[in-house]
Design a protein around this ligand. Sequence first.
Ligand SMILES: [Zn+2]
Length: 259
Amino acid sequence: MSRYKWVIVMVVVAMLAASLMMTIANRMESVPALASPNGLPVIVIDPGHGGLDGGAVGVDNIVEKNINLQISLMLRDIFTVNGFQVVMTRSEDISIHDESVKGTRKQKTSDLHNRLKLAGQYPNAILLSVHQNKFQDKRSNGTQVFFSPNNQNSERLAQILQADYIQTLQPENTRAHKVAGKNLFLMTEATCPAVLVECGFLSNSDDAYKLIDSEYQAQFAFTTFRGVMHFLELDQPVTTAVDLYQLSKWPVQRPFTRK
Ligand SMILES: [Zn+2]
């Protein structure tokens, strides 16, 4: 599909998302604050890093935090038009540390604690943390999904996502999903189903240039969304961007039903 068509799709998605959110916002006034409106899990999307913390810097000074945010905003829109309540840990280039905390290191810690606290407010959350990888060996490439050890559903979600990325986007990728190490704070602390997706390696120029491309970002976001649908065992009338484009002709509704 041409870049032009993808841009149209994303604009349509964004417009639909905006109108839906206004509708939901109007309704939310009479709904208890943290309830999921339709029984679906709340999708907590965490674009890694932000503000002072750029995350990994890859080839040609490509910065992780921006890619994380771009893919996350697409994810937000796709989940939203499909009837999910979405909570973003950030939706702009900021750190969400407490105002009173000074010093970069402490601010990073405060930022992570606040992200965790936010996810913890939703008892039926699924946490999707979006990151980019980096490694000394510039040949290293491909998506890898890490899962939280605290909830048995995390591993299943990671396994499904890893398989979907390989099948849809990266047939040569031989990486396996993996339990998160102690360095991934959100994964070691979160109690809901939680995964951290390292979308690709910014130290690898093929990966890096794909990951800054809005068309690939949209494909990545769609694949992630579809993986979560597999995990939830929901029907999938929307499987491609072309189908999603047809949403412009649909009334805003929840096209997914439980099997
Ligand atoms: Zn990162």
